[in-house]
Write a protein that binds this ligand. Sequence first.
Ligand SMILES: Nc1ncnc2c1ncn2[C@@H]1O[C@H](COP(=O)(O)OP(=O)(O)OP(=O)(O)O)[C@@H](O)[C@H]1O
Ligand SMILES: [Mg+2]
Length: 250
Amino acid sequence: MEVILRTKDLTKKYDNRVVVDNLNLEIRKGEVFGLLGPNGAGKSTTMNMICDIVKPTLGSVEFMGKDFRKNRKELVKKLGYIPQDLAIHGNLKAWENVELFTSLYGIKGEELKAAIEESLEYVGLSERRGDYAKSFSGGMKRRLNIACAIGHHPELLIFDEPTVGIDPQSRNFILSKIKESNQNGATIIYTSHYMEEVEAICTRIAIMDNGKIIACGTSQELKRLVTKNEEDVSLEEVFLTLTGKKLRDY
Ligand SMILES: Nc1ncnc2c1ncn2[C@@H]1O[C@H](COP(=O)(O)OP(=O)(O)OP(=O)(O)O)[C@@H](O)[C@H]1O
Ligand SMILES: [Mg+2]
């Protein structure tokens, strides 16, 4: 299967503390790849390095067969990043937020107008297009955050914890939209510490802890690492067995 993104020995240190440790990931074209790990595992730092927002201490990222940093201008247009920390502006209207981000990719005029409408429609915010983002609920802000990253029709979409702190209805809406984007041809990287979500939408899952990938495979393959009968265990238990830690503190 064709590899769309590859990290090579990707490493980040802060003050000599290794937070991402020599990561060699391969994301295959057309898959929904889940990165599952507890708070502080290094998921967001990894995504920020993949998108060239954080500079790696060591290593590199290859996207569509080319070095990302060296071909940033060309490759960034094929990538959509939905960051964990909302990137929207409260004092801009919903459509103005989408315009701001979509225009960064060089989309203009009628094409830009159409992209704004399409993106707002996609996340179910068309009717609130003229409202200020600061007036939105948490779930609506998350949806607007997604609209800002899809107007340029990226081939790879990276979602960093897109469902944190929102109601179940918005959560289900977002998960169904991610599946739909994948069915429409986009490759997805999905980062979460919610095991159920990762299991529901991801074709392959990497379990990350302390900056390292400790296991990678389908949900069934991961469960087989700890048991002969995968129906006996949850991914939560796989994580506990492999790391001696709970995935989440309740
Ligand atoms: N700018 C920074 N300076 C210093 N340390 C940082 C910085 N950014 C992240 N870290 C540290 O790197 C580690 C990994 O953080 P990161 O945000 O990547 O984890 P995460 O897996 O995304 O966690 P969460 O599930 O809470 O979002 C943490 O210990 C964090 O404190
Ligand atoms: Mg994070």
